[in-house]
Ligand binder design. Structure first.
Ligand SMILES: [Zn+2]
Length: 123
């Protein structure tokens, strides 16, 4: 239970996610740098939550909403999968597969009006 003196500026090691004051418990690597993150953010990041590195800080989730740049559909034997293409400034940096239930597919069709569910949603 000694203080983590080797941490920068002898400050207690906190989660590097913007606005998070939780102590860091694990590491999360984005390309080159490794960030100290708390358990909650570690789980969220590992599950693929949108994030962007700003120097030594990460912004995650609602603080870093990706732009929905397009949607790709693919069908497996069991399910329809909607792949959300997320990114920033028009560049896709993440593809998030989402299983689409038939109920949701119906809902999307209704909300989308005349457009088919198979159309590309990129603007
Ligand atoms: Zn955190």
């Amino acid at each position: 239970m000694s203080e983590d003196r080797e941490r920068r500026n002898a400050s207690p090691a906190r989660c590097d996610v913007q606005g998070c004051a939780q102590p860091s418990k694990e590491w999360f690597t984005v390309q080159q740098p490794t960030f100290n993150v708390c358990h909650t953010h570690g789980e969220r990041l590992r599950s693929g939550e949108s994030h962007t590195a700003h120097g030594s800080e990460l912004s995650v989730g609602l603080d870093d909403p990706g732009e929905l740049l397009g949607v790709r559909w693919s069908k497996t034997a069991e399910a329809t999968v909607m792949v959300l293409k997320l990114g920033h400034d028009g560049v896709v940096d993440q593809e998030v597969p989402v299983r689409v239930t038939s109920q949701l597919a119906d809902l999307l069709r209704v909300r989308d009006g005349s457009r088919s569910i198979d159309s590309d949603a990129s603007r």
